[in-house]
Design a binder for this molecule. Structure first.
Ligand code: MN
Length: 380
């Protein structure tokens, strides 16, 4: 699950923003939300706002922040816009309060996708090695499972206090304090609440980070997880004067030419299996490591490939397998309708959301697709 680039130093723009193992996005517009349309939701994500079911935990977390010496803010490996935007926003805010903060994530080398290069606060970033062995207080953002801490796993668990701030329904719950709200469309929404509780007003730097997080994880406000409260937050963020048009162009509408070539090859390789998933249909493809090397494209750049592959109306499930140089295949899948890809991915050692999930295996392509197919359709 390392997600290292094909060649460090040749990072180019990702076409989108989803985390490489697909753990960070909620279902697309045609999926049914278990939460309903969200139209009846009050402003503020259910559960994490004032008086919500996390009220006492929020108060404990704010108290921990108040008494901590230094604070380490970490996000998941191969960070996407929500992970990095959340950690950096918290870092900027706490620095503004005069706190000693570091922001880090457990990759070596750490690679910031070109699509996120505009995020402010990156001067707060330190390599995982510079995080103390036994930190005082660690806040981890958008980390759906311990494994996503990467090289920072041991240090995070050695912390006096480890706070988990996340929105993944699959999060098993770890750390000493947990603010895990699956109804939040992005971790950045929870960071907005954290800033409110810390008394930090939104400015353009904070808004740029939070907007990037929310826009990333809602697919630019398209996914079913988007609620009136999401738009209300977006309104407050835009009111700071940020250039959301430039942010969006960088996040979604910028890529290298090499990306187009890798995309073309992946689409040429795509297979449609109408009988799979009990007749609901499967579309899948894979990206050999050699393609990335040939066109100097990083794995971060092809995160959005799944969003193209899932377009065919004929198939309810889409799967992209991305090959790492060490032979690891990392699968990203999406589903609509009643199909639960999180359960299927769990059978391959992964996880995620019902309609967006992922896994990583050391196996060849045919056997991996066969296992995925069988996990989705045990009777088939
Ligand atoms: Mn997220």
């Amino acid at each position: 699950m390392a997600g290292e680039p094909a060649a460090a130093g040749s990072v180019r723009a990702s076409s989108t923003s989803t985390v490489e193992d697909a753990l960070a996005v909620l279902p697309g517009p045609r999926t049914e939300s278990p939460l309903g349309s969200g139209l009846s939701e009050p402003s503020g994500p259910a559960g994490c706002g004032p008086g919500g079911r996390f009220e006492e935990e929020w108060q404990r977390v704010v108290a921990e922040i108040g008494r901590a010496g230094s604070i380490d803010l970490i996000c998941h490996i191969s960070p996407d816009g929500d992970a990095l935007g959340s950690a950096l926003a918290a870092g900027i805010a706490l620095r503004g309060l005069g706190r000693e903060v570091r922001v880090s994530f457990g990759d070596d080398p750490q690679v910031i996708p070109e699509s996120l290069s505009f995020l402010p606060g990156q001067e707060l970033l330190v390599p995982a090695a510079r995080v103390p062995d036994a930190p005082d207080l660690v806040l981890c953002f958008d980390v759906a499972a311990e494994g996503r801490l990467g090289l920072l796993h041991a240090k995070a668990f050695a912390a006096r206090t480890l706070v988990v701030i996340d929105h993944h329904a699959s999060n098993p719950g770890f750390g000493t304090h947990r603010l895990i709200d699956p109804t939040a469309p992005a971790t950045a929404v929870l960071v907005d609440e954290l800033l409110r509780r810390l008394g930090v007003p939104l400015d353009q730097e904070l808004a740029t980070c939070l907007y990037t997080g929310v826009a990333t994880d809602t697919g630019s406000f398209k996914y079913a997880s988007t609620t009136p409260a999401t738009h209300e937050l977006a309104g407050r963020l835009l009111a700071t004067g940020i250039r959301h048009d430039l942010i969006s162009r960088q996040l979604w509408d910028t890529s290298s030419f090499g990306y187009l070539k890798v995309l073309a090859a992946a689409l040429e390789r795509a297979v449609y299996e109408p009988a799979a998933v009990g007749g609901r249909g499967l579309v899948w493809t894979w990206v050999p490591y050699q393609d990335l090397a040939l066109f100097s494209v990083t794995v971060e750049e092809i995160e959005g490939l799944i969003d193209i592959l899932r377009r065919p109306a004929e198939a309810e499930v889409a799967l992209v397998l991305k090959q790492d140089p060490d032979g690891t295949l990392r699968g990203s899948c999406r589903a609509r309708g009643a199909v639960d890809v999180a359960a299927a991915c769990a059978e391959l050692g992964g996880g995620g959301h019902t309609h967006a999930a992922g896994f990583a295996v050391r196996a060849d392509v045919p056997s991996t697709v066969a296992r995925f197919r069988a996990a989705l359709d045990p009777t088939g």
